[in-house]
Design a protein around this ligand. Structure first.
Ligand code: NAI
Ligand code: MG
Length: 362
């Protein structure tokens, strides 16, 4: 096998939804459509129980070697009191850091069959297909100084530092423009250059990169206006590139245009390898381990399967197969299949395995 996948199902519903992806991998391997070799490891609470760490060095090494990491979800009440640096989420942070995953891709797709579940009117969201590209490793979440200073007299000062260097903006902009070329050829860059110096630099660098992409229509938008436009007329957008903080918020706004948490995939990409040109990458649903429904076989596997489809598309260039998997998801929804989280009145709901099997059959 030339392509390797490293699976980290994690905790809670993570294992249940990953099982449905494994069935799709086994099918495409058997059909000769893929030649994936797969290995799996432990991440999160299950890894803590087994090794006393959120992810073992052995599994980290495997994640670094794999062509793509497929991640389920981690966490749960059982591990609420483990030491901070060993908590389940530490696995995610370690993976993002060691794999250098600076570009977070969050699609917001509104399936016509689910348009009525959107927070907006059907006309505004039907057929919606946006991709938010969020910078993930820089900006105000990481910039120093980051501290609370005691000023005396009962006064304190909280400080976070928004900080971006040219190279960080350049590389995220290139990821976003490259993606725009494969989609609607339209890109919006959202910042607050009207009040922030880091925003002025952001815009300057993105405009420079835009010159290398004559086929993509480039638009600047202030981040607050972007939030408003996402709710007013979301279909005007194709790709939106933005920083870590604005991306966190804007991607959550976009997510709610589409319906349910159980439907949202994501990808995180690193820099291309200087020799092979391949990017490190990790694919995971946006949702968590859903302890409230874990073990019941009712979790929606669509976000997980759609994340796998993103891996096919972005790590392996298997556009046709990715289209087929995504088409199968749209197809079962159009057929009326619903898991409990996206149930509509008077409709029978299906469990995780039944939904997975229906997508595979399509
Ligand atoms: P959550 O996303 O796990 O669940 C929120 C709500 O959505 C729950 O009612 C859940 O049942 C429902 N839900 C989520 N995914 C679903 C699916 N695929 N099908 C059907 N229903 C679904 O977020 P919550 O409850 O805040 O966190 C639970 C645990 O997950 C915590 O330990 C948290 O730290 C962790 N978490 C992990 C993430 C990750 O691994 N990337 C991300 C977010 C939370
Ligand atoms: Mg968020």
């Amino acid at each position: 096998a030339t392509n390797s996948l490293f699976l980290l199902p994690g905790d809670g519903i993570g294992t249940e939804i990953m099982a449905e992806v494994v069935k799709i991998i086994d099918w495409s391997n058997a059909e000769g459509l893929t030649d994936f070799s797969t290995d799996s490891g432990l991440a999160g609470g299950c890894a803590y129980d087994a090794h006393g760490e959120a992810i073992s060095e052995d599994d980290m090494a495997k994640a670094l070697k794999a062509d793509a990491v497929i991640f389920g979800a981690v966490g749960g009440p059982k591990w609420d009191n483990v030491p901070y640096d060993k908590r389940p989420e530490a696995a995610l942070l370690r993976l993002r850091k060691d794999l250098g995953l600076f570009a977070n891709l969050r699609p917001a797709i509104c399936y016509p069959a689910l348009a009525d579940a959107s927070a907006l009117k059907r006309e505004l969201v039907e057929g919606l297909d946006i991709l938010i590209v969020r910078e993930l490793t820089g900006g105000v979440y990481f910039g120093e100084p980051k501290e609370i200073i005691d000023l005396g007299d009962g006064q304190k000062r909280g400080i976070d530092t928004q900080l971006y260097d040219t190279y960080e903006i350049d590389r995220i902009a290139r990821v976003a423009f490259d993606l725009a070329l494969t989609r609607g050829k339209k890109l919006h860059s959202a910042d607050k250059k009207n009040v922030m110096k880091s925003g002025v630099l952001w815009d300057e660098v993105v405009r420079g990169v835009a010159k290398d992409y004559a086929d993509v229509s480039f638009n600047h938008i202030l981040a607050d206006n972007c939030a408003m436009q996402l709710v007013r007329n979301p279909k005007q957008f194709d790709v939106i590139v933005t920083d870590n903080l604005f991306g966190d918020i804007l991607s959550d706004v976009a997510a709610m245009l589409t319906g349910s948490l159980g439907m949202l995939p994501s990808a995180a990409l690193g820099a291309p390898d200087p020799v092979t040109g391949k990017r490190k990458a990790m694919y995971e649903p946006v949702h968590g381990s859903a302890p409230d429904i874990a073990g019941q076989g009712i979790a929606n596997p669509i976000a997980m399967i759609a994340s796998y489809a993103m891996a096919l598309r972005y790590s392996f260039g298997m556009t046709e197969l990715a289209d087929r998997v995504e088409g199968a998801i749209a197809g079962v929804l159009a057929d009326g299949l619903r898991s409990a989280d996206i149930a509509q009145e008077n409709r029978k709901t299906v469990g995780t395995q039944e939904m997975g099997a229906a997508i595979l059959a399509k």
